[in-house]
Design a protein around this ligand. Structure first.
Ligand code: PRX
Length: 653
């Protein structure tokens, strides 16, 4: 069954046979790629007319581009009008009203809710009417701070229904991080729930919202979904129960028709510097992108049961739990729990019980499950599975092979999908029935995506097999248009390192056959278990503690998490390193950033390696944290080379 040539795995028969999609083999892929290259506007207009419900079909494709981005955002389909929920909901009513749209599995195994397209349409309309009644208007911002309950997706779609802009904040972020985002986007209303439930434990969500809003004036209403029935504080002037406010509404709500470039959502993500940025995605282009990539990469079939294990607080959840699957009329799983609750068999138990055909998860989860042994997998029937997806970080070949051989038993293909919050959806990825795969490679750019590798020192475009900075040379419909409220920051972050192209922040190697191998971030972003965090955010949190004079944080290779967090700290006089201090420092990190953030290794140093102009030489710190302190290269530009010896000697790797 498994055909293996050198290091290339051919597409298994079971994945190839019966593909209903235009790209069903490698020739089909090459044809689509060629068509999108010679006439991008024609190609994408054709796709969007076919895939979306437009009220006014667009006649123009791309307007502007990277050369004009300084003057303002480029646009796609600018003369079209639509409401994205009509593609996700109304368009499915007649043909598949009774089909399950959202298949929810709660924290406890077997606690299942099936919401049909008809029911989802009604629930979204009710929630949209409630938002309107609570005063939310087109263009206003709504923050969603929830766990993995269907109401979170319903709230997102309800915002879209009335033309409001949602910003989902991951439930693992702290009150302080939430407050920053509330302020940055000027939210009018927050949707939350009493408590979240994960692995048998409750997590206060309403209480975190209360703490975030203390002393804040902007948010007028907090809409609270009751999940656990746990006790919550109540502000009757501000707080409203979901079941009271949404429950009484009509299940019909006319959609607010907006222009293609009307903002759909803001999602905050970390970068090299400063605070998280509010990446802004718009309606027509984003929906076209996630609809096209979802059906193409996963080779969607009518009876697929699609299970993306991400949280909707991240872009993966937005694009491939909510918008992409629903716009294609698919059945999409929402999973409240973790892969190891009650034990490491949870995913495979769900595959057997729910008939999952496509699973989409992160390398971290795959590595963690592989470490628990094969028995947890093998005791469940996985014959329904056809496609195994991965996203969020580079997957090491060992984990890839375990996924392929043990989980998929050689019958399924793996799609290693490379993309980012800013890209809206996948850019470099196998197309399940068409692309022979290589373990650890995201393979080729999708049709209409134009990557290039630049030589890091010169910016020269590299041809043939090479390694360099990964950039995109042409906009695609799903690309983020701006940073909310700060277009200059968008331009300087993505378009100033290399003028005229989009800089991804990733390094990449291309082999002789054109396969892409992402080597990881080359900026000061760390990727812990697929969670993207800025070193600057950690540093700001650490120096908020009285004991810390200076902090520099870098990533280092971590067997399970991909990357771990390594902090170098200079203490204030009178303070001493201790386990107690490390604990306290992680307490501050947790308070300022949230439960997702934790320093793995602290090293207390007499000074940081700085150039004479005072810039911290992070290259040196990275090498030491990687255990390569003996390969520091040239350190002659340091103001005080002796600190390097102390750092090397005290290394904790
Ligand atoms: O470094 C790349 C890594 O995740 C970064 C984007 O993070 P975020 O915006 O949080 O989006 C994650 C989900 C799309 C990228 O710059 N990354 C994502 N997918 C892959 C990956 N690295 C290697 N292989 C992938 N398949």
């Amino acid at each position: 069954m498994k055909e293996q040539m050198q290091d290339t795995w051919a597409v298994p028969e079971r994945v190839r046979e019966g593909s209903p999609n235009p790209i069903a083999d490698f020739d089909g892929f090459l044809r689509a790629r060629h068509a999108a290259e010679v006439d991008p506007d024609g190609f994408w207009l054709g796709q969007t007319h076919r895939l979306l419900s437009w009220r006014t079909a667009p006649t123009v494709g791309l307007d502007g581009g990277y050369h004009t981005v300084k003057d303002g955002p480029f646009s796609w389909f600018a003369d079209g009008t639509l409401n994205v929920t009509e593609s996700c909901l109304d368009a499915n009513l007649e043909s598949r009203g009774d089909k399950t749209a959202i298949l929810w599995e709660g924290d406890e195994p077997g606690d299942v809710r099936r919401i049909s397209y008809r029911e989802l349409h009604g629930e979204v309309c009710k929630a949209a009417n409630a938002l309107r009644e609570l005063g939310v208007q087109k263009g206003e911002r709504v923050i969603i701070y929830m766990g993995m309950v269907p109401e979170a997706a319903i709230a997102m779609l309800a915002c879209a229904r009335i033309g409001a802009i949602h910003s989902v904040v991951f439930g693992g972020f702290s009150a302080e991080a939430l407050r920053d985002r509330v302020r940055d986007c000027g939210a009018e209303l927050i949707v939350t729930q009493d408590e979240g439930l994960r692995a048998g434990r409750t997590v206060g969500l309403k209480s975190t919202v209360d703490a975030a809003l203390e002393g804040e004036q902007g948010v007028r209403r907090v809409l609270v979904y009751r999940r656990t029935g746990g006790e919550v504080a109540w502000n009757p002037d501000r707080d409203v129960w979901w079941h009271e406010s949404v429950g009484k509404q009509s299940p019909e709500c006319p959609a607010e028709i907006v222009e293609a470039e009307h903002p759909l959502f803001i999602l905050y993500t970390s970068g090299s510097t400063g605070r998280p940025k509010g990446v802004l995605h718009t309606s027509g282009g984003y929906l076209t992108w996630v609809t096209y990539t979802f059906r193409t990469v996963f080779d969607l079939r009518d009876d697929d049961v699609f299970a993306c294990m991400a949280d909707i607080g991240w872009i993966t959840g937005h694009s491939y739990i909510v918008y992409g699957p629903l716009a294609n009329g698919a059945t999409s799983l929402m999973f409240e729990s973790t892969p190891v609750y009650p034990d490491a068999g949870r995913y495979w138990d769900m595959v057997q019980r729910l008939g999952i055909t496509i699973i989409y998860t992160a390398p971290t989860a795959i590595r963690a499950l592989a470490a628990q042994g094969d028995d947890f997998v093998q005791k469940y029937d996985r014959s329904s599975l056809r496609i195994l997806g991965t996203v969020g970080e580079p997957i090491n070949p060992d984990a890839w092979k375990w996924y392929y051989d043990v989980v998929g038993e050689g019958r399924c293909t793996i799609v290693d999908t490379w993309w980012q919050t800013e890209t809206g959806g996948m850019l470099i990825s196998p197309i399940a029935p068409a692309t022979p795969v290589r373990p650890g490679s995201a393979t080729f750019a999708l049709p209409g995506v134009a990557p290039a590798l630049l030589e890091p020192e010169t910016g020269r475009v590299l041809h043939g097999p090479a390694e360099g900075h990964l950039v995109m040379t042409r906009p695609w419909p799903g690309q983020a248009r701006t940073v909310y409220g700060d277009h200059e920051r968008y331009v300087s972050t993505y378009f100033s390192t290399w003028p005229g192209v989009y800089f991804t922040g990733d390094g990449c190697r291309r082999d002789a056959e054109g396969y892409h191998w992402i080597t990881g971030r080359i900026d000061d972003v760390i990727n812990v278990s697929g969670h993207r965090m800025g070193t600057a955010e950690f540093e700001a949190a650490l120096i908020a503690h009285d004991a810390v004079a200076e902090a520099a944080v870098v990533g280092y290779p971590h067997d399970l998490k991909g990357q771990g967090v390594y902090a170098y700290l200079v203490l204030q006089p009178g303070h001493e390193a201790s386990a107690g201090l490390e604990k306290a420092l992680n307490g501050v990190v947790r308070e300022i950033i949230g439960a997702v953030a934790k320093v793995d290794i602290f090293q207390f140093v007499p000074g940081l390696p700085k150039t004479r102009s005072g810039k911290v030489m992070r290259r040196i710190l990275r090498k030491v944290a990687e255990g390569r302190g003996d390969q520091l290269g040239d350190t002659s530009t340091l103001a005080d080379p002796s600190v390097v010896d102390a750092i090397r000697e005290g290394a904790r790797v």
